[in-house]
Design a protein around this ligand. Structure first.
Ligand code: IPD
Ligand code: CA
Ligand code: CA
Length: 261
C-alpha cells in the first residue's frame, strides 16, 4: 500500500486511524448528551445532526494534515460528490445510521474505507456504543478490537437470515421479496455498517440495500477479506458514484440469488 509523504508503514496508518476513531467515538458520546441540532436534507427522514458534522470535520482535518495529497469522499459538508478513484481515496461516513443515533442513541457506526486506484485496502466500522471497532483489510484479516475473527461459513441463500432495506423490500425491487421468502427470514437494522458487522459475525448471509459509496466502501473491504461477493444488484461492479442498489453475500448465496432475481 502507498505509504504517503511521511513514509508511514501500514501498521502505523492503521494505528493512527484507530486512534482517530476512538476520539470521534468519545466526541459523539459527549455531544449526544446535550441537545442535538438536527436538520433535514432531501426529505423529513433524511436528517443530519451537529454530531455527524463534527465527527466528519475532525476526520477530514486529520487526513488533510497527515496526507495532503490524498482524496476524500465523505457524506456531509459538500464533500459528497465524485472524486475519481485514482490514487489514495478516503471514504467517510461520520455517523452511519443517523436516524438510529437520533431516536435510539445506539445502533450507529463511524466508518472509514481506504482505497487505492479503486481497490479496497482498509476498512473500519466503529460501533461506538458497544465499543467494538471492526477493522482489517486486504491480506490483513479482520479484527474486532484486537481479536482476529474467523471467516463465517459459505452458507447458501436459504440457510439463514438476510438484511434487506425496508423500502426496497416493500416495493419488491428486483423481485427481492423472493430472497426473503426463500431465506429463513429478513432483518432490518437501519445502519449499513451494522449490517456489514452482522455478515462478518455470520449472523446474516447477505445484505441488499440502496447505498452511497461511504455506506458500502468500508464494509466491502472487510467482507471481501472473508470471501463474500459484493456488487450492484444488477451484478455489475460498484460504481463509487452516487446511490445504487447494492448486494453482498457469501459466494454461494450471491451466485444463487443472481440466478433467482
Ligand atoms: C443510512 C443507513 C441505512 C441505509 C441507508 C443509509 P445514514 O445511512 O446506513 O441503514 O438503509 O441507505 O443512507 O444516512 O444514516 O448515514
Ligand atoms: Ca451518515
Ligand atoms: Ca450511511
Amino acid at each position: 500500500m502507498r505509504l504517503g509523504r511521511s513514509n508511514m508503514t501500514n501498521d502505523l496508518l492503521v494505528q493512527k486511524v484507530k486512534t482517530w476513531l476512538y476520539k470521534t467515538g468519545e466526541l459523539a458520546k459527549k455531544l449526544e448528551k446535550s441537545q442535538l441540532q438536527i436538520t433535514t436534507k432531501s426529505s423529513r427522514n433524511d436528517v443530519v445532526t451537529n454530531v455527524d458534522k463534527e465527527v466528519q470535520r475532525f476526520l477530514v482535518a486529520k487526513i488533510e494534515s497527515e496526507f495532503p495529497e490524498d482524496k476524500i469522499l465523505a457524506e456531509e459538508d459538500e464533500k459528497s460528490s465524485l472524486v475519481d478513484m485514482s490514487g489514495r481515496v478516503w471514504l467517510i461516513d461520520p455517523i452511519d445510521g443517523t436516524l438510529n443515533f437520533v431516536f435510539q442513541r445506539e445502533n450507529f457506526a463511524i466508518m472509514i474505507g481506504v482505497y487505492e486506484d479503486g481497490i479496497g485496502k482498509l476498512g473500519f466500522i466503529y460501533d461506538v456504543m458497544r465499543s467494538e471497532l471492526y477493522w482489517g483489510g486486504a491480506g490483513l484479516g479482520v479484527f474486532c478490537n484486537e481479536n482476529k475473527l474467523e471467516s463465517p461459513k459459505n452458507s447458501g441463500a436459504k440457510d439463514g437470515l438476510w438484511g434487506i432495506n425496508v423500502g426496497m423490500y416493500v416495493q419488491n425491487v428486483g423481485n427481492i421479496q423472493a430472497v426473503g421468502e426463500n431465506a429463513m427470514g429478513v432483518r432490518m437494522i437501519g445502519s449499513a455498517g451494522l449490517e456489514f458487522i452482522s455478515m462478518l459475525k455470520g449472523n446474516t448471509i447477505g445484505y441488499i440495500s440502496n447505498l452511497y459509496p461511504w455506506d458500502y466502501a468500508p464494509g466491502v473491504v472487510l467482507i471481501k477479506e472473508f470471501g463474500f461477493k459484493a456488487s450492484g444488484l444488477d451484478g455489475l461492479a460498484l460504481t463509487f458514484n452516487g446511490q445504487q442498489y447494492f448486494i453482498a453475500a457469501t459466494t454461494q448465496a450471491y451466485n444463487e440469488i443472481m440466478k433467482m432475481c
